[in-house]
Design a protein around this ligand. Sequence first.
Ligand SMILES: Cc1cc2nc3c(=O)[nH]c(=O)nc-3n(C[C@H](O)[C@H](O)[C@H](O)COP(=O)(O)OP(=O)(O)OC[C@H]3O[C@@H](n4cnc5c(N)ncnc54)[C@H](O)[C@@H]3O)c2cc1C
Length: 471
Amino acid sequence: MNQIGEHHAVVGAGLIGGIWALMLAQRGNKVTLYDRRPDPRKQNNDVGRSINLALSDRGWKAMAKAGVDGVVREIALPVKGRMMHDHAGNQFFQQYGNDDQFIYSVSRGRLNMLLVEEAEKHPLVEVKFDHPCAGYSLVENGVEVKFKDGRSIQHDRLFGTDGIYSAVRGTMVRNDRFDYTQKYIPHGYKEILMKPNNDGDYRIAENGLHIWPRGQFMFMALPNPGGSFTCTLFAPYEGPESFENIKTDEDVLKFYNKHFPDAVEMLPNLIEDWNENPVSSMCTVKCFPWNDGGRVALLGDSAHAIVPFYGQGMNSGFEDCTVLSELMDKLPENAGNDEWVKMMRNYSELRKPAADAILDLALHNYIVMRDKTGDPKYQLQKKIEARIASRHPDKWKPLYTLVTFSHTPYNEAWDRGEMQQAVMNEVMTIENIEGVWEEDSTIDFAIETLERYLSDASSMSRPSPLLSVDV
Ligand SMILES: Cc1cc2nc3c(=O)[nH]c(=O)nc-3n(C[C@H](O)[C@H](O)[C@H](O)COP(=O)(O)OP(=O)(O)OC[C@H]3O[C@@H](n4cnc5c(N)ncnc54)[C@H](O)[C@@H]3O)c2cc1C
């Protein structure tokens, strides 16, 4: 193990900071994990933020590498597919993958706490709450982490895991040739809790992520252990049916009765939650590079913030930890700063295309979820794809499967998804596709078309009009 005995700072004890601090300590480094917030064991810091999150394979890989997958499984609830709710109250189930492929619903607060506590158990980790970072300065043989109260503490290296409004990135922004963009989408979200019924059971199927797709807006529900669901309304901030125009209790009821009549009767505390919970914004962040020489690196939302519609923000941050850790494995013992610079640059260059791809995929999936998942043609296409994938698992990998249940870099997953979408566009033009979709000839046609595209892969290039993003 290389670099034993260095003293690193990890700024941000969120989801990514906890696991990253542990991974660094497991390499034999002393780590101080700083967070601006008070200790969450003493107060709830997550009011108004998504209460549960979907954890999938990329996240599990990092958990396993840090040796915490076992404890995390104890708080994770398996979810097998999407349950679509149409206007008439009909429900349609779409399984995410094979019978053994699940995403897992986990409480944000519990997972965060568990990861920080697992890190804290390591004798080389010290956690310091109430330490808001204000940036850093590079100094001879190290980095000085600056705090808002004016203090500075010197470390060998600094890892910024301080989220979307990162103070560590705030210093990098002033560096020459540092690229940075931040963009808010026109939609916000509000959370409503669906409590268990009087028997303490789930009111709707617990193995599904429930979606009420309604064009410009969408209602969603993800199960929690104990019988409740965290529901989220995604809607525009402005416009005829928007957060700005749903003002009174009557407006709320009118809106829900019009668009989600089957849900409204399962939300006895709708008005109470609506009035108490804030409307939160969603924003994307892109930047480059993710390192400052060999001394500072960004991981998680500080490097790449995305919208939540692919359930990959946290998972991609955990993948940063896996990738950076694997690159550190290859550093020679007693590596000098030049080797660190090379390795950190490599990390940044390797992850950037993947992060850009999942950012665009997540924006695109918003449109798919709210506009397309309720469309019978789209549902038929998904059924055909599932059939092709089950017959030819070695040749056909649905995009969702590649993103959620594989470790294929997101950009490669997207390229493959584009190609398969082009094939499906041809399949859907087969005469009487509704009647012949189960026939072998349809599957053979799809595979032959895919092979034709694969033999001329250069004809496909991103971004293509198939998945063009326009929220
Ligand atoms: C509505 C919603 C739903 C989501 N659902 C999913 C999902 O299902 N699956 C998924 O994978 N992702 C999901 N995400 C994305 C996920 O929440 C983020 O990607 C994830 O929280 C990023 O983790 P992080 O550790 O980088 O940042 P954060 O979790 O934001 O943690 C940052 C930490 O840094 C601390 N901090 C901030 N500034 C400072 C400072 N100046 N000094 C010291 N400390 C500081 C904060 O207090 C915090 O503890 C969702 C996001 C939203 C908004």
